[in-house]
Design a protein around this ligand. Structure first.
Ligand SMILES: [Zn+2]
Length: 305
């Protein structure tokens, strides 16, 4: 009974994802636990000099994610208001896999050389990076988009974004949006606030919220979920001095109540993790994205767009 209601709440999702979501639930519960252990606040801050060797050091898988399918068809929702084809790419780590046998790490990490190859393709093929604010304005018919718009997003605020992704984005003059779990910065493998500020000042990198603690929002009470969304928005606005209008749901975990709370918290929209490249005015609080990782070759990458 509960499942049925949940499906209605998830009416934006393709039916084929529902069974995957059930399997994913068990994985999410495990990964929340592992995530909170590994990225506990007791982790000491590490300098840039210490980070680079650490990227090469083999370590056990910390976040468990099902290996994504890369060839299933893309779901296009019907009758959801104004619609625009705007692929939103979803990256996590931009770093080499320290252990090539660790296939699960491949599902979250894109090696820097592969990332550069992808940006080079986008650049040579006329893609223009835009922001979530611009997408929102375009869906509201306030602005016209370039002919091949694309949005690059990076979840979780890992420090390898600053070390590896940022220089490549600068090289191609590409804009990007990083979703920040505000309570996790300045520790462990996460970005430092001074790096975030430095990148924001470049005008190329934009920041959006990803809750405070990276909890699964659907598992929290109404009050707790609202806090995660309002507090992360407030902290980012205070630190960066700009309005923060967008967020992404940790683990893509969302239902109608969480969508309502995102609106209540003052967001104009939010990114989900379900697969698609058509953005709809009526699904602005659960925008589909395309997961990019080390398992995707260039042919598959270009077919996704
Ligand atoms: Zn995340």
């Amino acid at each position: 009974m509960k499942k049925k209601r949940k499906y209605k709440d998830f009416r934006l999702l393709p039916a084929s994802l529902i069974s995957g979501a059930l399997i994913g639930l068990a994985v999410i519960i495990l990964s929340v636990t592992v995530h909170s252990i590994y990225f506990s606040p007791s982790s000491t801050s590490i300098s840039k000099a210490e980070i680079i060797p650490q990227l090469l050091k083999p370590k056990p898988q910390k976040i468990l994610t099902p290996t994504p399918k890369v060839s299933s068809s893309i779901y296009v929702p019907q009758t959801m208001g104004n619609q625009l084809k705007v692929p939103i790419l979803m990256y996590h780590y931009i770093s080499n896999n320290p252990n090539p046998e660790d296939r699960q790490r491949d599902s979250l990490a894109t090696p820097p050389d592969k990332f550069e190859e992808q940006l080079q393709y986008l650049s040579q093929n006329g893609y223009v990076t835009i922001t979530l604010d611009t997408l929102y304005a375009a869906l509201k018919k306030q602005v016209t988009l370039p002919s091949k718009p694309i949005i690059l997003t990076f979840d979780d605020g890992y420090i390898d974004f600053f070390i590896n992704a940022y220089p490549i984005l600068q090289k191609y003059h590409f804009q990007a949006t990083v979703f920040i779990p505000t309570g996790l910065m300045d520790q462990g493998y996460y970005l430092h606030w001074d790096q975030i500020k430095q990148m924001q000042e470049s005008g190329l990198i934009h920041f959006a919220a990803h809750s405070v603690h990276h909890y699964q929002l659907t598992a929290l009470s109404r009050q707790e979920a609202l806090y995660e969304m309002t507090e992360s928005k407030k902290i980012l606005q205070e630190k960066l001095g700009v309005p923060i209008n967008f967020m992404a749901y940790p683990y893509g975990s969302v239902n109608q109540e969480v969508i309502n709370l995102a609106g209540e918290a003052g967001y104009l929209g939010s990114a989900g993790t379900w697969r698609g490249n058509i953005q709809s005015e009526g699904i602005i609080y659960n925008m589909p994205r395309l997961r990019i990782n080390g398992l995707i070759d260039m042919k598959t990458f270009t077919e996704l767009l």
